[in-house]
Write a protein that binds this ligand. Structure first.
Ligand code: GLU
Length: 423
């Protein structure tokens, strides 16, 4: 039987916690979410029929600060997936040392089949159901798959009806409502920064590499832009409409303009269509899965021909695929570091809201670079001194920070004293 999403995350957690000598007692405390909320959101559709959509918010851990994490609108949203993603947020905020815990939410729906007005009604009903468990110092949602700045604007408006004007209840807002410069591009920018760090560390440069990117949404398209700006050659990519290849490398600015007009990469000139299932197996130096989870599995991992995998998506690699690719000598830059750019700039947005002060985009991007650099150097150090891969190093760093915060707040356990690094 295949492991569920949360079993996969537990596997990575346990692999690292064993290295730290955490013990099963503490392991259980740390992997168990604090709160899992399920709500039924009933709305009237435009055709006057009633429809009910199930929404979730899983609050995993708040030992290091308010919980933080996106809201996903997607047909595959289910309690196990949301729980796994919530725990990944806890580890992600700890790896890059933000003063946050982790949470995730979502509504099981297909946003492409709902009108703007229906999405607005659905979002407002969801806020009606969860407004008393979110808040700037409790749990701060943000965009994720299927949601965007507009969704966040509706949340601010609905939440503020109950609690007074509170833009800091969510991040990833439109600039006009207190959003941050640079937030929309931040996850993709961070992916490009993580890519550059790992390549430079191996004595290479983005400009000499061939890239394959799965997904041309918010993460993949911005990552493609920043990689192309650094001279990287993107030889294949995909979106919902299919996958395309160009051995000489795509003109990304032209492709972005095409997507602006047509909404999809399909029919882009200078491109050969390929089977989307084969995309991940294309020959390249760097593979960036930046779409759904569980796309690298034991079925295809052996055939991956990249030397680096940079996880732009959350949870793209199953434990089996991870082991296979590590054995093949592929360097995997894990999601909880590689795609942290989004939540890092979310943190900057929250700080700006609380201080009622605006940063320039230059400042946002420079601070993002500082945080990504610092985190990469820490991961590299842990990987080196423990002889482990970067994912295990990232989980070790996260677990040690979370465990120490938990201990300092009053939970006693002699094992905590073992967790000496990543202060
Ligand atoms: N949804 C994004 C993620 O998975 C951003 C979360 C946030 O900014 O809170 O990291």
């Amino acid at each position: 039987m295949k492991a569920s999403a949360s079993e996969g995350t537990h596997y990575f957690f346990s692999r690292a916690s064993k290295n730290l000598g955490l013990g099963t007692r503490l392991e259980k405390v740390m992997i168990t979410p604090r709160r899992e909320v399920k709500v039924e959101c009933c709305i009237e559709l435009d055709n006057k029929e009633l429809a009910v959509f199930t929404g979730y918010r899983v609050q995993h851990d708040n030992s290091r600060g308010p919980m933080k994490g996106g809201l996903r609108y997607h047909p595959d949203v289910d309690p196990d997936e949301v729980t796994s993603l919530a725990s990944l947020m806890t580890y992600k905020t700890a790896v890059v040392n933000l003063p946050y815990g982790g949470a995730k939410g979502g509504i099981a729906c297909d946003p492409s089949k709902l009108s703007h007005a229906e999405l607005q009604r659905l979002t407002r009903v969801f806020v009606d159901e969860i407004h008393d468990i979110i808040g700037p110092h409790q749990d701060v949602p943000a965009p994720d798959m299927g949601t965007n700045a507009q969704t966040m604007a509706w949340i601010v408006d609905q939440y503020s009806k109950y609690h007074g004007w509170t833009p800091s209840v969510v991040t990833g807002k439109p600039i006009e409502l207190g959003g941050s410069a640079g937030r929309e591009a931040a996850t993709g920018r961070g992916v490009a920064m993580a890519t550059e760090s790992v390549l430079v560390d191996h004595g290479q440069h983005v400009a000499d590499q061939r890239f394959v990117i799965q997904g041309f949404g918010n993460v993949g398209s911005w990552a493609a832009k920043f990689i192309a700006e650094r001279g990287g050659k993107i030889v294949a990519l995909s979106d919902l409409s299919g996958a395309i290849r160009n051995k000489d490398g795509f003109d990304i600015e032209k492709l972005l303009a095409h997507v602006q007009v047509h909404g999809i990469i399909g029919n882009f000139p200078d491109a050969e269509s390929i089977n989307p299932n084969e995309l991940l197996l294309e020959e390249c130096d760097v593979l960036i899965p930046a779409a759904l989870g569980h796309v690298l599995t034991e079925e295809n991992a052996r055939d991956v021909r990249a030397r680096y995998v940079i996880e732009g998506a959350n949870g793209p690699t199953t434990p089996e695929a991870d082991e296979i690719m590590i054995k093949k000598g592929i360097t995997i830059v894990p999601d909880i570091f590689a795609n942290a750019g989004g939540v890092i700039v979310s943190y900057f947005e929250w700080v700006q809201n609380i201080q009622q002060f605006r940063w320039t985009e230059e400042r946002v991007n420079a601070e993002l670079q500082t945080v990504m650099h610092q985190a990469y150097n820490e991961l590299k150090g842990i990987a080196k001194s423990n002889g482990c891969d970067l994912r295990t190093a990232a989980f070790m760093l996260a677990i040690s920070r979370i465990a120490r915060a938990t201990a300092l707040r009053g939970m006693e356990n002699e094992n905590f004293c073992l967790l000496g690094f990543g202060k």
